[in-house]
Design a binder for this molecule. Structure first.
Ligand code: ATP
Ligand code: MG
Length: 569
């Protein structure tokens, strides 16, 4: 591509609306432009990357024997009513009506539509297993679209759905997809980890996520190098069996804590570690107006675990100021478990505290030196917090560490959830109708592009992995407008590179070399060739890798060979 034919518009300034580096660089390099909240245009440069990601995914899906289909974005409400998700799905599902007043939605995922295809097209066990996939637009009316295409409302997903006669075949199909995903993320040259996950709203049994490791990731991953355990923090089970406490050493004391409401304030005010202050959270109950949840001050409540507690309303909802007062008779900030007349649960770590600090259910008062069983009864001990670094690994081989990740893929064993609800059956060997077992497998294609940048950037811009760079090589001639020989040399080298199958960006603009270098670095082309008259006359050309600090002179004759060797497979 000649840059004179390519309207590239880049920015030096960091756009104020972009918080994370990938979003900033995608805007600065002219890969995407925002149309409205969570809606992005993919400009030609960005689309080249997206299509390279798609090509790798498509290739590995085809190799794994999956069959490509395309399903409509607009889906009839009836199918969603059949599966029960029309009611269940909540406001992420954008519902609409056509001119005949018929209800539809924009597909956030395609389980219903594919199950409809399967029940129509498949009738015998002989046709199974089958895996259908598509690479297509999804719409989810995300409550907080952010980080550019990382959490958009409209985005591209690769979604695949497999159909099996029995559980055994489902396990095989799942393993095959897991292996295909492993190949895909390796070929994308990303540093990723496979983690156990919560099956969540889609339901079903086993599920794993593929995470690209990056500081800006929205998910926390718990892992243990020693025993190989790895899971999304939200799903790590923490043992509640061995709760042990030190003997009390302090007397219970009612103390003045004027205007000290948060754990942070309390810990500073009393000079006590946050872990020794008991946090009392009030959430809506299923029957009771409130349920109190007691945790160590430095621990975070886990939504999934908490929603599974008896009597807690789903979805989980924290009580607000007036509701807290109505339920406890005390303003928020001073509520504590002693003499509190609501159902209580205590997290295992908090049950292990002795001589702790907690609210006293009176304005500007806390207790110090509180002890379970001596000063107040110990409530039901449960696991309701997120794991933290240092917790024992559930696999038993050591302690957990925490890393941050961006979820780029998710694989589920759905079982018969949809085939039962939608009566998707085939005849087995004995002519008996049985519900098909299903698996589903997603990759956030547009999110992968952002995740790749999160992992590959420096102060000058993007550092594309070779596999998905918009161009393999950028060709920059010096004094193109002044030197006929340079133009001739650059034109012929451009033709040679193209001929050799290298995607080449030929910067034939009338611009200062400094500007060209800076732009090539910003948009992240992995390999750079500079043609200058003098060195060309000596049969030499300057080569620089985007990832290395120094340039080197190479022979003009061996350029294509040299580049093929430098490029990662
Ligand atoms: P998340 O927890 O990030 O909301 P999810 O569990 O809702 O993800 P899935 O339903 O499993 O996601 O969708 C499959 C893949 O689609 C995800 O692994 C992710 O890579 C991608 N994805 C999901 N939501 C978005 C979004 N709003 N924008 C871009 N990609 C998304
Ligand atoms: Mg989601």
């Amino acid at each position: 591509m000649r840059l004179t034919d390519f309207p590239l518009r880049t920015f030096k300034e960091v756009p104020s609306e972009a918080e994370v580096i990938s979003h900033q660089l995608m805007l600065r390099a002219g890969l995407i432009r925002r149309l409205a909240s969570g809606l992005y245009n993919w400009l030609p440069l960005g689309l080249r990357v997206l299509q390279k990601v798609e090509a790798i995914i498509r290739d590995e899906m085809n190799r794994a024997g999956a069959l490509e289909v395309v399903m409509p974005v607009v889906q009839p409400a009836e199918l969603w009513q059949e599966s029960g998700r029309w009611e269940e799905y909540g406001p992420e599902l954008l519902r609409l009506k056509d001119r005949h007043d018929r209800a539809f939605c924009l597909g956030p995922t395609h389980e219903e539509v594919i199950t409809d295809i399967a029940r129509n097209e498949l009738s015998s066990y002989r046709q199974l297993p089958v895996n259908y996939y598509q690479i297509q637009t999804k719409f989810r009316d995300e409550i907080r679209p952010r980080f550019g295409v990382m959490r958009a409302r409209e985005f591209v997903m690769k979604d695949a759905y497999s159909f099996h006669l029995d559980q055994e075949s489902l396990l095989e199909g799942y393993a095959a997809m897991r292996a295909a995903y492993d190949n895909i993320f390796r070929r994308l040259q990303l540093d990723f980890r496979i983690v156990q996950a919560d099956p969540g709203a889609i339901g079903g049994n086993r599920s794993e996520e593929f995470h690209v490791l990056a500081e800006s990731g929205e998910d926390a991953i718990a892992y243990c190098e020693a025993d190989g355990y790895s899971a999304n923090v939200e799903t790590v089970a923490i043992d509640t069996d061995d709760v042990s406490r030190a003997e009390p050493t302090a007397d219970l004391e009612l103390i003045d804590t004027p205007n000290v409401r948060t754990i942070d304030e309390l810990s500073k005010f009393l000079d006590v570690p946050a872990g020794h202050c008991l946090k009392t959270l009030l959430v809506a109950g299923e029957q009771a107006p409130a349920v109190a949840l007691l945790l160590c001050g430095h621990h975070e409540l886990n939504r999934i675990k908490t929603e599974a507690l008896p009597g807690v309303a789903r979805p989980l909802r924290m009580l607000r100021g007036a509701e807290v007062e109505a339920a406890t008779g005390c303003e928020p900030g001073f509520v504590g478990p002693k003499d509190l007349d609501v159902p209580l649960f205590v997290d295992a770590a908090a049950a292990s505290l002795s001589d702790f600090v907690c609210g006293a259910n009176a304005p500007d008062k806390h207790y110090r030196g509180a002890n379970w069983e001596r000063d107040l009864p110990l409530p039901d001990v449960v696991d309701m917090r997120n794991a933290v670094a240092g917790d024992p690994s559930p696999a038993g081989g050591g302690r957990l560490e925490i890393a941050r990740g961006i979820e780029v893929g998710h694989i589920f064993q759905l079982g018969s959830k949809y085939s039962e609800a939608m009566e998707a059956r085939v005849l087995d060997k004995d002519g008996k109708a049985c519900e098909m077992q299903m698996g589903c497998y997603g990759i956030g294609v547009t999110r992968v592009v952002a995740a790749a940048i999160e992992q590959n950037n420096d102060e000058r811009g993007i550092l594309w992995p070779d596999a998905i760079a918009p161009f393999d090589v950028v060709l920059i001639p010096i004094n193109l407008d002044k030197s006929y020989r340079v133009r001739e040399a650059a034109d012929s080298l451009y033709a040679e590179l193209q001929q050799a199958g290298l995607d080449t960006l030929y910067d034939d603009r009338n611009q200062r070399p400094g500007v060209k270098f800076a732009e090539a670095d910003l948009i992240g082309i992995p390999h750079r060739l500079v043609i200058a008259e003098k060195s060309w006359d000596n049969g030499q050309i300057e080569y620089k890798s985007r990832r290395e600090a120094d340039a080197e002179m190479i022979s003009v004759d061996g350029v294509v060979d040299f580049l093929s060797k430098r490029r990662m497979p």
